[in-house]
Design a protein around this ligand. Sequence first.
Ligand code: 5GP
Length: 197
Amino acid sequence: MNKKGLLVVVSAPAGCGKDTILKYAFGVCSNLHYSVSATTRQPRPDEEEGIHYFFKTREEFKQLIEADELLEYTEYAGNYYGTPRDFIPKLLDEGKDIVLKIEIEGAANIRRLFPDCVLVFILPPSFAELENRLQKRGTETEETIRRRVDIAKVEMFSIKNYDYVIINEKLENAVEDFAAIIQAEKLSIKRGIPVIE
Ligand code: 5GP
């Protein structure tokens, strides 16, 4: 039986409720672990170093790139984001399932590096609702909100490259959908045929 962990890449426009869905999904699906990214974005009030991100200056981030310590990286809404290289292969070998919360370009790069990863896209019920949620969150300026909604509209065109899409209209349903995807993927024959006595 293939004991390697499952690599799940989740992309979602900012404000789609991705973090909330995943928070509850982690309670339902045992064995999930986050890959913590590095970023040059400023921490939000509730964010902690090493838990939500490794917060870096632009200079420090460039050093990570030069030292080849990132599996992939991109610039998004004026900041750099990147996935540390070490963590993923090690955890997959230990049989742990990993969730990466990254944008579409990073997701495509991860698929090239790990062809059997699972790509999940989360959508808001509408763009108006997306803008509304970003306004309510109150962590971004008007300009950043507009920028993020514009990016979301472009990101939509990449859905065809994903394996699954979840529409986050109702949180409970979205969490159930996510858990169902994980469950189905873990039972998939393509991940190894069990041998029974
Ligand atoms: P936020 O600033 O809202 O935390 O993240 C902005 C965007 O960057 C989100 O779409 C998030 O998924 C993405 N992101 C976070 N970490 C990474 C990463 O390591 N690599 C890539 N490519 N995107 C990331």
